[in-house]
Design a protein around this ligand. Structure first.
Ligand SMILES: [Zn+2]
Ligand SMILES: [Zn+2]
Length: 264
């Protein structure tokens, strides 16, 4: 039993054939998927998808690539979405100094606004952070006491950064890139992190794991990532799957339902 904690089911590569994608997930023992918002429109789409499919939950938020100072109306829209059934977190939000698509001060402001929203709604947050861990940790430490929980999605830092995130009691979500031969930092983190702090994700349609590297990623492939992590840790796939699914259910307070493997 596996849970894909981060996918973009509303992207055309997946949404175009979603029923088949979900059936393949169910047949590969992926019982739940968290579909992630990156903009107001994508968050609305994520909520609709979650509410119309068993085993799918949603997050709502503005990605750092799209960061701006959110006005009152935009915040109110996000707040209303955040209160919808099957919305389990605010995200993905964060800082991306690698692509640097928006000015950094705007990224920080947009992150603060949305963390405050997560605190207000009593929801955990899903963080996207690239090449910006120092600023991220500084901002977040100011909110840690009022923020319910945090997930470092697609965690790409080294062990030193991982330890700082673990000190905050955050979860580290490991993507398919851990299966790439050159991903030594990520493999090191996947090996050393406490089992009760690890999650797995696809970030579908991106970052397909070996043996599908370069192809369109989908939730059913998360088993290859889980298999790799289990091997790195010297444990059985079943054991890793059981604990990481337990972690996912806990952090996102997932409803007790599973993806149906035949169309409803
Ligand atoms: Zn991301
Ligand atoms: Zn994502």
């Amino acid at each position: 039993m596996l849970i894909d904690t981060h996918a973009h089911l509303d992207f055309p590569e997946l949404a175009g054939d979603l029923e088949t994608v979900l059936q393949r997930a169910a047949r590969n023992h992926v019982v739940q998927i968290v579909t992630i918002g990156i903009s107001l429109a994508a968050s609305q789409a994520a909520v609709r998808l979650a509410q119309s499919h068993r085993g799918v939950s949603a997050t709502v938020g503005i990605h750092p690539h799209d960061a701006r100072r959110l006005n009152g109306d935009e915040l109110e829209t996000l707040r209303a979405l955040g209160r919808q059934p099957k919305v389990v977190a605010v995200g993905e939000i964060g800082l991306d100094y690698y692509r640097d698509r928006q000015p950094r001060d705007i990224q920080r402001e947009c992150l603060r606004q949305q963390v405050e929203l997560a605190c207000e709604l009593g929801l955990p947050a899903v963080f996207h952070v690239r090449d910006a861990y120092a600023d991220f940790l500084e901002i977040i430490s100011g909110y840690r006491d009022s923020l319910k929980d945090g997930v470092m999605h697609c965690f790409s830092g080294d062990w030193q950064v991982a330890e700082k995130c673990l000190d905050m009691d955050f979860y580290l979500s490991i993507p398919g890139t851990v299966t790439f031969p050159k991903a030594q930092w990520q493999q090191d983190v996947a090996r050393r992190a406490p089992l009760d702090r690890l999650l797995v994700e696809t970030d579908a349609p991106f970052l397909a794991p070996v043996p599908y590297r370069g192809k369109v990623n989908e939730p059913s492939y998360v088993v290859h990532t889980a298999q790799k992590i289990a091997r790195l840790r010297g444990c059985e796939l079943q054991e890793f799957a059981r604990q990481s699914s337990h972690n996912a259910r806990k952090v996102f307070a997932l409803p007790q339902e599973e993806i149906a493997d035949s169309p409803e």
